[in-house]
Design a protein around this ligand. Structure first.
Ligand code: SF4
Ligand code: SF4
Ligand code: SF4
Length: 443
């Protein structure tokens, strides 16, 4: 399928160029985010009746993992409210053109942190405490507030969106999986960029800010670090930026060779498997260990979780590819071939989330009418009874998601193996075993 330039359609282009539609969505999102913090902190401690739990971990998660990431990549980042207050403070403005003088320290993030290891760590911290986070409103409120304040703090010290680019626990995996999405923002003509004076898309101009994500749009080849903020569409004086519809997973044709990105794929794959076993499986002992944060059982759970992610999964993968005929050093082959785990991991999360979301979606109606659990009945749905939804299609839908993930990862493995000059067979077998395990855990 050839690319289709969506920004050729005047309505789409104008909507993306203007700051007002995005600002309107931002404001609604920010109000919802602040309400979720307050609901978490002052609302009912019963998670299933608190707006913060129900809307963040059920409604938002469902939209993010089942729709936004697979179809729009970093589409969520385009409307996410978390970086906004910090960015407004950093710019000293909400909409007006940038003042060239920096308002705050405006430091460059040190080179050693310019990777996604901090995002991997921040994600793992949340993942280890997720059973409590997903069920305890005040912990969710504290975490949401901490993310907002961390983004504000980093905006006053570092230039651009340092929190989004290097620390956000959500942004790391959205970036990884955004490579599979059928949407991209790219330049139209490389040659125009070569002769473009001042590169306003990166350095900013009176028309707008330099790329908040610290990428040079003229060199974009992957979705991973483009937050779809649309700033470069506004600043490019040559109308050289396009938003395109493209085939799924086009970015994966050129595998990454970065270890931080390779480990992100293992972290996401491993945590989907662990969650499926612990949160949905029949083993009460594992669930107790995950919920009793601070107990010795929880420490064992945390060690096993980290060992699966950092030792077992990458170790088995390395063993598999160790003896394949190759032209690349093992480290590079490891990073390159792990690209196949990106579609696999995404579909593992889709399959896991279907179960989690369909089981709990009926709480949304009740929480809508009584978001703080204070006995309100705003829309007459406060007493809607809990009942799992679409139970008859759950198992077939999960199986379909896993099979699609396996076929998709096998095709990706073939392409990565061709690039690396090696065989895809060990990776395909690895993906098959992982999929069988996930199928067994979910069904
Ligand atoms: S990286 Fe995180 S904070 Fe930044 S826009 Fe994306 S989800 Fe929001
Ligand atoms: S401003 Fe436009 S033409 Fe200039 S470098 Fe950036 S994308 Fe290319
Ligand atoms: S300025 Fe352009 S390249 Fe940079 S994050 Fe925004 S949309 Fe992506």
């Amino acid at each position: 399928m050839a690319k289709i330039e969506l920004t050729r359609i005047p309505f789409i282009k104008n909507a993306l160029k203007s700051r007002y539609p995005q600002l309107a969505v931002f404001i609604v999102m920010l109000i919802g985010y602040i309400f979720a913090i307050l609901a978490g902190l002052i609302g009912t401690p019963v998670g299933s009746h608190n707006f913060s739990i129900v809307f963040v971990w059920i409604a938002w998660w469902a939209i993010l993992i089942l729709v936004a990431v697979p179809f729009f990549g970093r589409g969520w980042c385009a409307v996410c409210p978390i970086p906004l207050p910090g960015e407004w403070l950093q710019h000293g403005a909400v909409l007006s053109p940038p003042d060239k003088r920096p308002k705050w320290l405006n430091l460059r993030v040190p080179k050693m942190f310019r990777n996604i290891w901090l995002q991997n760590i921040s994600y793992l911290l949340l993942a280890l405490f997720s059973s409590v986070l997903l069920t305890t409103p005040n912990i969710t409120g504290i975490v949401l507030a901490a993310m907002l304040f961390a983004a504000i703090g980093l905006s006053t010290v570092f230039e651009r969106r340092a929190f989004c680019r290097y620390l956000c626990p959500v942004g790391g995996f959205i970036g990884l999986y955004s490579q599979t999405a059928p949407i991209e923002l790219r330049i139209k003509d490389k040659q125009v960029c070569v002769t473009c004076e001042g590169k306003p898309c990166y350095n900013g101009s009176s028309a707008g800010y330099g790329c908040p994500w610290d990428v040079f749009p003229g060199g974009l080849t992957k979705n991973t670090y483009c937050g779809l903020c649309m700033e470069c569409i506004r600043t490019c004086p040559h109308d050289n930026i396009a938003v395109n519809l493209r085939p799924f997973s086009a970015d994966l044709a050129k595998p990454s060779t970065r270890m931080d990105e390779a480990f992100k794929a293992f972290i996401m794959l491993g945590s989907a498997i662990v969650y499926a076993g612990v949160l949905l499986g029949p083993w009460g002992m594992f669930k107790d260990a995950a919920y009793n944060v601070g107990s010795s059982a929880w420490f064992i759970y945390a060690i096993v979780f980290l060992a699966i992610i950092f030792v077992v999964l990458p170790g088995l993968f390395t063993l598999g590819i160790l003896n394949t005929k190759n032209t690349l050093p093992l480290k590079q082959r490891f990073a390159s071939l792990s690209t196949a785990l990106i579609p696999l991991g995404l579909m593992f999360w889709v399959a896991f989330s279907l179960s989690f979301v369909l089981t709990n979606a009926s709480y949304i109606l009740a929480a809508l009418s009584d978001p703080l659990g204070l006995g309100w009945n705003l829309f007459g749905t406060a007493n809607a009874a809990w009942q799992p939804m679409l139970t008859s299609i759950l198992a077939p839908a999960q199986t379909l998601a896993l099979v699609v993930g396996l076929v998709w990862s096998a095709r990706t493995a073939q392409k990565s193996a061709n690039e690396a000059g090696t065989s895809s067979m060990p990776v395909v077998i690895y993906c098959f075993v992982a999929t069988s395990l996930m199928l067994w855990l979910l069904l």
